[in-house]
Design a protein around this ligand. Sequence first.
Ligand code: LMR
Length: 395
Amino acid sequence: MFGSLKALPADPILGLLAKYKEDVNPLKIDLGVGVYKNEAGHTAILKCVKTAEQHRFNTENSKVYIGPTGSPLFNDEMSKLIFGDHKVLNENRARTVSTPGGTGALRVAAEFITSCKSNATIWVSNPTWANHTALFPAAGLNVKVYPYYDYENKTLDFDGMLAALKEVPKDDVVLLHACCHNPSGMDLSQEQWQQVVEVAKNVGFTPLIDMAYQGFGTGLDEDAYGLRLMAENVKEMIVCSSCSKNFGLYRERIGACTIIAESTTSVEIAKSVLLSDIRGIYSMPPAHGAAIVEIILSSDELRTQWYGEVKEMRDRVNSNRRLLVEKLIENGVQRDFSFIARQSGMFSFLGITPEQVQQLQDEYSIYMVGSSRMSIAGIANSNVDYLAQSIAKIL
Ligand code: LMR
């Protein structure tokens, strides 16, 4: 049976990690996978996470199953983090379940959509996170794209996006990035969110909002602006969120999937379907990451510490954006890269050709995704001169 299999290429994002690790060049720079790194290039465990883990180590007294929903306290704390003090929580129309990371949340959401309607269509931005277009079809969804990034002008094709969304059939799903658009770093302004919400309300499609980077854009509440506005205005919606980046819990695989429905009765029905979908995929989510997050979010002291640590990560990424733009100018690059400083979150496209991306990898040991998506967190004071000089050379 296995003899008919053909080997598949490594994942375009994760495959880079392995190549980077093997590279012996001491000047190598990893701008590949979306992982936060400090000035020393290290992905450290957050201090609040260390404290919470110690607390858990001292108090955990059982490893018994937790059930498909995951930890109720985690789900509750995550709902508050995502929505704040929001009418969907006050009206008891939202249900959140723990999932194995943000990808797990997306897969669960996709299975849930298929349970609602087989062969449903989901619209994703052009471009979007590469794994979106792989995981939705795996769950039986058709994927269509709406215009989003204007590659030529390094900005948002908002008119194109809005015009396409107006034509989406009402039984389809539209995926929107809450903040820190992956891969373009091009986010909607508040005014643009207001217009998108108006279209969603009028057209009636179901929004699925992916919030993998809450806190990495402009702030924890600010990054949820569009999501919260959407939830105020539509009857049904799905949210997928992740604790990989903002809690630095990448390998613990913890995220959440939230369903909002028209009433408490309908959301309870929806949740029962969601739980049945989960049971059929992985039965129950892992517990460790959820326990860490709930300890942090339910303690005033640890939550405050976490706010500070998220701000520190966000500020470093934003200052890296400005630093790269300055260094490119200093190195005599004529092309205008100022858009990098205006974009937001972990990623931007450098805007070079796939051949130039390959040249940076082969000749300078600088690793980024073939689309020229750079993970800005990989830039540091110690490598930015080399990076800017190398870019200047390949240009
Ligand atoms: C990324 O886009 O680099 C991250 O979301 C990590 C991943 O799983 O692709």
